[in-house]
Structure formats: structure tokens, C-alpha cells
Design a protein around this ligand. Structure first.
Ligand code: ADP
Ligand code: MG
Length: 250
């Protein structure tokens, strides 16, 4: 345990409106949220409650309509689109429900992509880092496979390797187990837990309470507000839950 935890995310009075024709949709209605280094936070809530809108803003994919957002000490509200893109590629990692891999590009090349933003990194180092990231997610023997030659769980591992390769201060995941069966979900959550135990800060959107119980704090959204914030007393171990599953009969 470090004595002083750094605050990675500090959000105050954050609002987000979308204009749909004549109608203004208030997706976020005044969010205050602070996340420290090393936390593993679940963003929960029903469909339409504002989870993805929140994650997109935290990930600098979108900007708030009102309020402030400090990411690792940087006030991101004043940044241009280019500066936001640079920040994303240098500091953040993303994992989505549908993996979002480039289809005609090998696992290794997919993982290399975020590093192209950092001009200090040469081809050889890019390759080595991508290989190391794929090794860390258990895919050392699948580097040259194309996405469609991999299972859903393996594709999500490639996406996780891609999210790790720039050594981000924060990993953001949106329903990252949403397309996976129970066993594969637990495997992916075991991997996220391992990353978190090594110190990675993770914000993970899920509407599934069982998945949220693998994390250290649950933040519940309803109609664009945070209605509950529970630190979990004891989080479940995905590895233990995997071992408790009945054996696969294939
Ligand atoms: P969740 O991820 O919790 O299901 P979202 O953050 O996607 O919820 O959506 C929150 C609300 O904002 C919903 O009412 C949704 O319809 C609306 N919304 C989200 N994105 C947009 C958009 N780009 N344009 C218009 N409305 C949007
Ligand atoms: Mg969503």
C-alpha cells in the first residue's frame, strides 16, 4: 500500500446534453466522481442510464456540456480534438464489447497501432512491446492470427493487449464481457483482476451485477445521476469462480 494515492479522475458538476431534433436529451445531469490510482471501479445501471456517455467522456472520446474533468491532473475541457486524440493514445487504453479490432490486420499489428502516435518509439520497440503485451494476455502463440481466426475471448484478449501496450494510466472498458459466455467472461475478468492487482486503474462499465462484484467499488447510475456508490467489502475472485464452474464437456 502506497501512503498517498494519486487521483486519476476528478469530475465535478458534469453534465451532458444531446440534441435530437427538437428534443434535448440530458444524458448526464450533474456528476461528481473521483477515482484514485489503483482502483477498479464498476459503472453500473440500467440501459440508458448514462454509463457509456460517462465512459466516453472519461476516455476523452466526447466532451462534457458543462462541468470539469481533470484526468491525471490535466484539465481536458479546454483541449482541442487533436490534443484529446493525442492524450487518448498516450495515456488511455480502451476495451469495448465488440472488440473493435481491425479485421484485415493481424493480432500483433492491431496491438502495435496505439504506439504509432508516439514518434519516439521505433519499429523494433513497437514490435517488442506488442509481443510482450500479447504474451501478458496469454496469446504468445496467436500473434500472427487474423481476428476472424480467433475466438471471441481471444479477440477480447487482443483488445486488452492493445489497451495495455502504451502502459496507460487508465483502462476504460464498456461492457467488455457483453458478447462472451460465462466461462469466457470469468477468464476475461480474471485477467482484468490480475492487471488491477499489478496496479492498473480500471473503470469498467457493466449492467451485470455479477460482473461488478469482481471490482472494488460500484458506482450506480440512474437517469444520468449517480444514485449509489458502494465500496465492496469483499470482491469475488474470477479465478476462484472459474475453478468452481462445472467442467466443460466438449
Ligand atoms: P447506457 O450506456 O447506460 O445504456 P448511454 O450513455 O448510452 O446509456 O445513454 C444515455 C442517454 O443518452 C440515453 O437516453 C441515450 O438515448 C442518450 N444518448 C446517448 N448517446 C447519444 C447521442 N449520441 N445522441 C443522442 N442521444 C444520446
Ligand atoms: Mg452503454
Amino acid at each position: 500500500m502506497k501512503a498517498h494515492k494519486k487521483t486519476i479522475i476528478s469530475v465535478t458538476g458534469l453534465k451532458k446534453y444531446f440534441r435530437v431534433g427538437e428534443v434535448i436529451v440530458q444524458a448526464l445531469r450533474g456528476i461528481d466522481l473521483s477515482i484514485e490510482e489503483g482502483e477498479f471501479v464498476a459503472i453500473m445501471g440500467a440501459s440508458g442510464s448514462g454509463k457509456s456517455t460517462m465512459l466516453n467522456i472519461l476516455g476523452c472520446l466526447d466532451q462534457p456540456s458543462e462541468g470539469t474533468y481533470l484526468l491525471d491532473g490535466t484539465d481536458v475541457s479546454g483541449l482541442s480534438k487533436n490534443e484529446l486524440a493525442r492524450l487518448r493514445n498516450l495515456k488511455l487504453g480502451f476495451v469495448f464489447q465488440s472488440y473493435n479490432l481491425l479485421p484485415r490486420t493481424s493480432a500483433l499489428e492491431n496491438v502495435e497501432l496505439p504506439l504509432f502516435y508516439n514518434h519516439a518509439i521505433r519499429a523494433r520497440e513497437r514490435r517488442e512491446r506488442a509481443e510482450a503485451a500479447l504474451g501478458a494476455v496469454g496469446l504468445a502463440d496467436r500473434m500472427h492470427h487474423m481476428p476472424n481466426q480467433l475466438s471471441g475471448g481471444q479477440q477480447q484478449r487482443v483488445a486488452i493487449a492493445r489497451s495495455l501496450v502504451n502502459d496507460p494510466v487508465l483502462i476504460l472498458a464498456d461492457e467488455a464481457t457483453g458478447n462472451l459466455d460465462t466461462r469466457t467472461s470469468y477468464e476475461i475478468m480474471a485477467l482484468f483482476q490480475e492487471l488491477n492487482e499489478k496496479g492498473k486503474t480500471i473503470v469498467f462499465v457493466t449492467h451485470e451485477p455479477e460482473i461488478a462484484e469482481f471490482m472494488g467499488r460500484n458506482v450506480v447510475f440512474r437517469d444520468g445521476n449517480i444514485v449509489k456508490q458502494n465500496p465492496l467489502l469483499k470482491r469475488n475472485s474470477a479465478m476462484e469462480m472459474l475453478k468452481a464452474l462445472p467442467p466443460e464437456n466438449d
